[in-house]
Design a protein around this ligand. Structure first.
Ligand code: PMV
Length: 329
């Protein structure tokens, strides 16, 4: 049997990093997805192919422990696949070798939630092929456990949005609500290479927080307040307010030390040609920005290019985790 599951990437409109400390966040799934195809093998080998992630291949034997010995930039993404298989095997109490191939419609490890998308699609495909159709709630929960294990610290934000899709207002430890937009938002992504992993950036913020507890707590609270106000701006369709809140959120992320010169260049270049809001999206240390630019997508794309970034047009999309073809071989 061969099956493909796909899961979407995401943009964080408000609240990255603060969500790790229990503050609310607003996050939306996008029309760029990760595809995970699995085929059951007759042995105990996990073979992973991910050519378009510039990773040629890896073969691992599963025994009681799965261990990867690869020294590649893509190792980061592989950790999530391996951990997802370990955790799914334990949960359904079954295991088998698999041929796995992964492809992506977006840059991996750039702050677009690709680790979460790889994780939830892997959990779903692996358990499905072994005869267990897990519910979305089960997958989101297991996905969070995978991220926690790999990263050490993680909020449920990315795994929730990648599983359920939509535009959600997330309150960690409470739940989430789906928001709806009156009109589509004109958004552009700007991408630059990111050298740091999400885990590293989250740890960096924790260190700053430990050394400046009172001040950083106030910054986290302010980011939480922005997400709360942002929710009302979305409900009312107040695009100007959304833009302003994005700009304030970016300033606060900058104060946490997670922005970079190139990220700031893209943010300012976008604003200079008419974006009403622009901010880092994701853990930072490079990666992506989002610019809210009604009627100015072309100008903003060009401005991002001129400062050395890669502009990407995209849309928010409602679609979460999805099963595609199932082939009985
Ligand atoms: O960079 P990404 O897409 O992995 O997003 C990380 C978001 C953080 O808030 C920084 C971490 C988390 O677990 O929520």
């Amino acid at each position: 049997m061969k099956v493909t599951f796909s899961a979407p990437g995401k943009i964080t409109i408000f609240g990255e990093h603060a969500v790790v400390y229990g503050r609310p966040a607003i996050v939306g799934s996008i029309d760029k997805r990760i595809y995970v195809t699995m085929e059951r093998r007759n042995d105990n080998c996990i073979k992973i192919l991910a050519e378009d992630l510039s990773f040629k291949g890896l073969s691992i034997k599963i025994g009681d422990r799965i261990e990867v010995e690869a020294n590649d930039r893509i190792l980061e993404a592989l950790k999530y696949i391996v951990k997802a298989i370990e955790i799914a095997s334990e949960y359904i109490n079954e295991k088998s070798g698999m041929n796995i191939s992964i492809s992506s419609e977006m840059p991996v490890g750039a702050g677009l939630g690709t680790s979460a998308a790889i994780t939830v699609a892997t959990l779903a495909a692996y358990s499905y092929i072994l005869g267990h159709e897990l519910s979305l709630n089960e997958i989101a929960k297991l996905g969070h456990t995978v991220e926690l294990t790999v990263q050490g610290i993680a909020s449920p934000m990315d795994t929730t949005i990648s599983t359920f899709g939509g535009l959600i207002y997330l309150m960690p430890n409470v739940g989430f609500e789906q928001l709806s937009l009156n009109n589509e938002l004109d958004l552009i992504l700007g991408h630059v290479k990111r050298d740091e992993s999400t885990a590293k950036m989250v740890k960096k913020v924790r260190e700053i927080k430990e050394r400046n507890e009172k001040i950083i707590e106030m910054i986290m609270s302010s980011i939480g307040a922005i997400a709360e106000e942002g929710k009302w701006a979305i409900i009312k369709g107040d695009v100007e307010k959304l833009g302003l809140l994005m700009n304030i959120n970016h300033g606060l992320l900058e104060s946490l030390g997670v922005s970079t010169k190139l990220i700031n260049d893209m943010v300012y270049a976008s604003r200079n040609v008419g974006a009403i809001g622009a901010k880092l999206t994701g853990a930072g240390g490079g990666g992506c920005i989002i610019a809210l630019c009604p009627g100015r997508k072309k100008e903003v794309s060009l401005a991002i290019k001129l400062v050395g970034g890669n502009p990407m047009d995209f849309k928010l999309s409602m679609e979460g985790l999805k099963r595609h073809n199932t082939q009985l071989l």
